[in-house]
Design a protein around this ligand. Structure first.
Ligand code: GLN
Length: 371
């Protein structure tokens, strides 16, 4: 795979400065402890939870990556973006919308909650919605659906060798009570049409595709670039549906922390329980972070903090004053003078202890996440 390196465009001094600052950013956020990873991960993955990588691919094809950027990890829920994109293309906007909505649910990703009025899941970025997207994907059987999706994912990532990790897929299939429950319930209400086992296999196969942080940023860049991979020039999806996909990432991509994210970070993004976050800033850049420790929403703790810092520092918020935006600098061309180090902090505000305990059990905290 040819990687166009941002380093080639820089002077020695600029290179050193940019790399140093990216590494300092990772180091600063690494000081923040991590919570656990999801339970269905094998011990090796649990042992790797301190891995940390950050990468960017700009729409001019320039790419940079720091940290553990050669490590491969599963897309998990980030795959929902690509499943939805292909479902839209296969079925059209109107037919897709009758089956899955575009409203943030405010509920955890694996909630048994639906838009009762319209008899459809709230949105395609939570499990129920992604299962519907898998149901309506074109393809004669499971294998064909997975093959079509994989083919697209390879174009987004610019890597023709992306594969489904069979071992992870088997582990998730064996630990799928929650997703089976959601699926059977939806089928009983007519929200799912195909065989539950098949739909689940398509959805979880997509979750099990492994990528590096650099590839994930390239997937984001392909979306940011109107559906065409900016490095290879290959088209991964129809231009007309890019707005639907990026729009739903912006409103629903971070599960029940989506509103806070839109407020604080302000860029379309999607997270997965592997600890990856992919962001797409239209016409600018795709960004990715990988760090497996999760918060109670199932989002990467350090990942969120890195994005918050990048957003503040480079004015990435899509509604920020354009005068504050310094995206060129993020590309490594000119990094601003180092600023005082912001304190790492979580996206959620400090919990209030003056309120009565409502007995709600968080879904993905302290290693107790269930599928
Ligand atoms: N394998 C996970 C599931 O279906 C993916 C969830 C996620 O990344 N939030 O539950």
């Amino acid at each position: 795979m040819r990687v166009v390196s941002w380093e080639e465009t820089l002077t020695e001094q600029e290179k050193r400065r940019a790399r140093e600052q990216l590494e300092q950013l990772l180091e600063r956020q690494a000081r923040l402890g991590h919570s656990d990873v999801v339970t269905y991960y094998p011990p090796e993955a649990i042992a790797q939870r301190d891995l940390f990588a950050l990468a960017g691919t700009h729409v001019d094809g320039t790419q940079w990556a720091v940290g553990d950027c050669d490590h491969r990890f599963p897309l998990q829920s980030i795959s929902k973006v690509f499943t939805y994109a292909l479902a839209l293309e296969d079925n059209g906007r109107e037919a897709t919308l009758t089956r899955v909505g575009v409203e943030p649910s405010g509920d955890p990703f694996n909630a048994l909650e639906f838009d009762e009025t319209n008899r459809r899941p709230h949105n395609p970025m939570v499990n129920a919605g992604a299962l519907v997207a898998a149901d309506i994907l074109g393809g004669a059987d499971v294998d064909e659906k997975v093959a079509r999706l994989l083919e697209r994912m390879r174009i987004y990532a610019g890597n023709p060798e992306l594969e489904v990790d069979q071992e992870l897929l088997d582990a998730m299939l064996a630990d799928a009570d929650r997703n089976l429950g959601i699926s059977y319930y939806m089928r009983s209400l007519g929200m799912l049409v195909g065989e539950v086992e098949d739909i689940l296999r398509v959805y979880l196969s997509a979750c099990s595709v492994h990528v590096t942080a650099a590839e994930l940023s390239e997937m984001g860049a392909t979306l940011a670039n109107g559906g065409e991979n900016p490095r290879t020039g290959e088209r991964a999806m129809a231009r007309t549906y890019v707005r639907d996909v990026i729009g739903v990432m912006f409103t629903c991509g971070m599960y029940d922390a989506a509103g806070q994210w839109a407020n604080d970070v302000g860029i379309p993004a999607k997270s997965g329980v592997s600890g990856g976050i992919m962001a797409a800033i239209p016409n600018q850049v795709g960004l990715s972070v990988f760090s497996p420790g999760l918060d109670q929403h199932g989002n990467s703790v350090r990942g969120i903090n890195v994005f918050r810092e990048l957003s503040d520092r480079f004015g990435l918020h899509i509604f920020a004053d354009p005068a504050e935006t310094q995206l060129g600098r993020l590309g490594g061309r000119v990094w601003p003078e180092p600023e005082p180090e912001p304190e790492p902090g979580a996206l959620d505000p400090e919990p209030r202890d003056d309120l009565p305990d409502d007995g709600v059990v968080p879904v993905a905290i302290e290693g107790a996440a269930t599928v």
